[in-house]
Write a protein that binds this ligand. Structure first.
Ligand SMILES: Cc1cc2nc3c(=O)[nH]c(=O)nc-3n(C[C@H](O)[C@H](O)[C@H](O)COP(=O)(O)O)c2cc1C
Length: 324
C-alpha cells in the first residue's frame, strides 16, 4: 500500500495514530509503528522536555520503526516551553512531527533544518492551504466527526476531505470518524493518501488507559459524544458522560457561562484520572463519533491488518460496481 504519505513517512501502511493527551505514550505509539502504521507520542503529555526525551527513548526500546511526536500548540496565558520541547524532539533524533492547534509557522524552519517531516493537523481548507504555504509536508484534516477539537465550521469529512484534496498540492490525510476499512477506502476515494485515527486506537489492547473506558467505547454508539465549549468558541467533541452534560447545562443556561465556571469540571487532572482509573463519568474524555463503529478491543496489529484487508476488499468491490 504505497502513497506519498507512506513513502514520506517510511511506513508500510498510511495509517497514523494521532496525538492523544494522556494516551499517546510509548506503549501505544510503538505498537502502532510495529504494526506498520505511524505511532505518535503526545509531547505535552510529558510534564517536562526531559520527560519527553525519556519517553522517546522508551519508544525506541520498543520499536525500530519510524514514529512521531505530536506538538499541540494551544492559546494559553502561560504557554508550555515549546522551544524546549522542540529541542528535545530535535536532539532525540525524531524525524516526524505532528503539529496541531495554532499555526506551527514559527517552528517550521527549525524542523526543516533538521530534516523533520511535518504533518500539520487542522480543521479547515484555508488553514490547510496556509500550512502548505508555510512549508509543511503533509496535512491531516479533521472533520466534524473527530474527537478533540473539530473547529467551529461544522463541516463533515465527506465534504471537507475532497474539498481539501482538490486544492492542495501536498498529500492529505483524512481524519475524524474513521475506524475501519470502509472509512479508509472512502478516504482514498475522496483523494486522501492516508488516514489518521484517535478514538479507534483508544480501544486497543496496547492503549494505556483503563479497561472501563475501552468498554464504554465498545458499548457506545455514534450518538454517544457531546460537543462542549461551543459557546466559548473552542468546541471539543468528547464522550457524552455526566461531566459533559454538566458543562453543557452551564453553557446553555440563560446567559451562558464563562470558562472560569466550567474550569473545575474540565481540568486536565480529572480527565487524566477518568482515563487512568476508569471512572468514565469522572472527567472529560475526548472521543469521536467513530465510537459507533467500535465493537472490540483488538491488538494494534490485528486492527491494522483488518483495516487494510477490509479497505482492499471494499475498493475491489466498488471498482467492480464502477465497471473499472
Ligand atoms: C483521548 C484523545 C485525546 C486527544 N488529544 C489530542 C491532543 O492532545 N492533540 C491533538 O492534536 N489531538 C488530540 N486528539 C485528536 C486525535 O489526534 C485525532 O485527530 C482524532 O481523534 C481523530 O478523530 P477520531 O477520534 O474520530 O479518529 C485526541 C483524541 C482522543 C481520542
Amino acid at each position: 500500500m504505497k502513497t506519498r504519505v507512506s513513502e514520506l513517512l517510511g511506513i508500510q501502511y498510511p495509517i497514523i495514530q494521532g496525538g492523544m493527551q494522556w494516551v499517546g505514550l510509548a506503549e501505544l505509539a510503538s505498537a502502532v509503528s510495529n504494526a506498520g502504521g505511524l505511532g505518535i507520542l503526545t509531547g505535552l503529555t510529558q510534564p517536562t522536555p526531559d520527560d519527553l526525551r525519556r519517553e522517546i527513548e522508551r519508544t525506541r526500546a520498543r520499536t525500530n520503526k519510524p514514529f512521531g511526536v505530536n506538538l499541540t500548540i494551544l492559546p494559553s496565558v502561560k504557554p508550555p516551553p515549546y522551544a524546549e520541547y522542540i529541542k528535545a524532539i530535535v536532539e532525540s533524533g525524531v524525524k516526524i512531527v505532528e503539529t496541531a492547534g495554532n499555526s506551527p509557522r514559527e517552528f517550521i524552519a527549525t524542523f526543516k533544518e533538521h530534516g523533520i517531516i511535518i504533518i500539520h493537523k487542522c480543521t479547515t481548507v484555508r488553514h490547510a492551504l496556509s500550512a502548505q504555504r508555510n512549508g509543511v509536508d503533509i496535512v491531516s484534516i479533521d472533520g466534524l466527526e473527530c474527537a478533540g477539537h473539530p473547529g467551529e465550521d461544522d463541516v463533515g469529512g465527506l465534504v471537507l476531505i475532497p474539498a481539501a484534496a482538490r486544492v492542495l498540492r501536498i498529500p492529505v490525510v483524512a481524519s475524524g470518524g474513521i475506524a475501519d476499512g470502509r472509512g479508509m477506502a472512502a478516504a482514498f476515494a475522496m483523494g486522501a493518501e492516508g488516514i489518521n485515527m484517535g478514538t479507534r486506537f483508544c480501544a486497543t489492547q496496547e492503549a494505556p488507559i483503563h479497561d472501563n473506558v475501552k468498554q464504554a467505547l465498545v458499548k457506545g454508539s455514534e450518538r454517544d459524544t457531546a460537543l462542549i465549549f461551543r459557546t466559548l468558541k473552542n468546541t471539543a467533541r468528547v464522550y457524552g458522560n455526566e461531566v459533559a452534560r454538566q458543562v453543557r447545562a452551564l453553557e446553555y443556561r440563560p446567559g451562558g457561562c464563562v470558562f472560569e465556571e466550567v474550569r473545575p469540571l474540565v481540568i486536565g487532572t480529572r480527565g487524566r484520572a477518568a482515563l487512568q482509573d476508569g471512572d468514565v463519568d469522572g472527567g472529560v474524555i475526548s472521543a469521536g463519533q467513530s465510537i459507533g463503529l467500535i465493537d472490540d478491543v483488538p491488538t494494534c496489529a490485528d486492527l491494522i491488518e483488518r483495516i487494510v484487508a477490509e479497505c482492499r476488499q471494499r475498493l475491489h468491490t466498488a471498482s467492480g460496481w464502477a465497471g473499472a
